[in-house]
Ligand binder design. Structure first.
Ligand code: TTP
Ligand code: MN
Ligand code: MN
Ligand code: MN
Length: 378
């Protein structure tokens, strides 16, 4: 694909939310090799280094030309490209590959940690423990291990707090479903899932509005999960139409055989909701979904986000991604004296809340030029 004029005008910007970034860029080979190193840093718990690679990858993805030796001087001046990054990029331009990426990709450790973390609930730290402490190397090793090791008390307690009829997804269940949950979801199936969910929701609460967000909205041909933002447009007491809807909907879907597991169900500002920096105060249901017959009933990950009408457009912007785009959107807002998250935009000095009426208004309030979702693949 040809780089657009928009890309050429903005690729040197410091913030990912200012750089138009297509799904496929002119330097995909380099991106793939750098992504192996980034992933390895993440799996090894070297988060600062992982973030440096993620930032550099994001800058490379927005670069509008095929990288050649004559362009290296310009690349050296781009944000997030320090000496070490430049030497990796130079190596790629000279040799067509990066030695460290090749070494990592074939290493038994990287392969084992990569495969362990494909299981929902196994993060980098657990994966390293399985490898280092228990000496596990393969998925069947992990299956055997978890068959005789119960989940940690902390995890069991967290799971027991989920107020839904559907069972929570423990490691054993996640191992059993791994192959299906690992399959990518084509766009047509994303749309079919969305239609089924909205039909069930209409029976509970007529008149809801929704948008499919996440990678689907950024144009990905195949997604790892489906993300849907839901609201109800009632003018008076609009929040009341949405409050508690997550639990109601999940239980209805479960009773109809459309949901098999729940990994997270939170209420608005619930104290036991996960509240790390990039989570927000919206009600969420993270579940495992199956389409009704006669479809092939593969298990799929489904994230439902429930927003009061005032928060609908910020929720859509906040859940469209990419992760890097969202990270820099928050930084950019902060730099301008604002606080952005999926539940709204506020002015830092006096907590004044802005209520955007469209996604374009979200961009305007934040002082951003409009970017189509397909160009937010930072
Ligand atoms: P994901 O569903 O994890 O990712 P994705 O939809 O971009 O790609 P895919 O599912 O195909 O792998 O997250 C959806 C969006 O939600 C993501 O693009 C940005 C936002 N998000 C955050 O900002 N922080 C988070 O911790 C998570 C999980 C998501
Ligand atoms: Mn530099
Ligand atoms: Mn997604
Ligand atoms: Mn998701």
């Amino acid at each position: 694909e040809q780089p657009t004029e928009l890309m050429k005008a903005h690729y040197t910007s410091r913030y990912a939310c200012l750089r138009p970034c297509p799904l496929i860029c002119p330097n995909q080979g380099l991106v793939r090799q750098l992504a192996i190193i980034r992933r390895s840093r993440e799996l090894e718990g070297k988060d600062t280094s992982a973030l440096s690679y993620e930032r550099a990858i994001s800058v490379v993805k927005a670069y509008p030309h095929k990288l050649t030796a004559s362009r290296l001087a310009e690349v050296a001046k781009l944000p997030a490209i320090g000496e070490k990054m430049l030497s990796k990029i130079t190596e790629y331009v000279d040799d067509g590959e990066i030695e460290e990426s090749q070494t990592i990709a074939v290493s038994a450790r990287f392969q084992a940690l990569s495969v362990f973390t494909t299981v929902y609930g196994i993060g980098a730290t657990t994966a390293r423990a399985l490898f280092d402490v228990f000496g596990l190397r393969t998925l069947s090793d992990a299956e055997a291990h978890y068959a005789c090791h119960p989940p940690s008390p902390a995890r069991a307690e967290r799971d027991s707090k989920i107020r839904a009829r559907a069972p929570s997804l423990g490691i054993r269940e996640a191992l059993a479903l791994r192959a299906e949950l690992e399959e990518k979801i084509p766009r047509a199936e994303v749309e079919a899932m969305h239609a089924v969910v909205m039909a069930e929701l209409a029976a509970l609460r007529p008149g809801c509005l929704s948008t499919i967000v996440g990678g689907y909205r950024r144009g990905k041909a195949e997604s790892n999960d489906v993300d849907i933002v839901i609201t109800h447009p009632t003018l008076r007491s609009g929040s009341d139409q949405v409050k508690g809807l997550g639990e109601l909907l999940v239980n209805r879907l479960y009773d109809r055989g459309l949901v098999t597991h729940v990994m997270h169900l939170s209420s608005f500002r619930s104290p036991d909701a996960l509240r790390t920096a990039h989570w927000d105060a919206l009600e969420k249901a993270l579940i495992v979904f199956v389409l009704p017959p006669p479809a092939l009933r593969a298990h799929r990950r489904l994230d439902l986000i429930f927003a009061a009408p005032e928060a609908y457009w910020t929720a859509i912007t906040g859940w469209t991604g990419s992760k890097m785009f969202e990270r820099d959107l928050r930084l950019y807002a902060k730099e301008r004296g604002l606080k952005f998250d999926s539940s709204g935009i506020t002015r830092r000095r006096d907590s004044k809340a802005y209520i955007p009426r469209s996604e374009r208004e979200v961009f305007t309030v934040l002082g951003l030029e409009w970017l189509e979702p397909e160009m937010r693949n930072a």
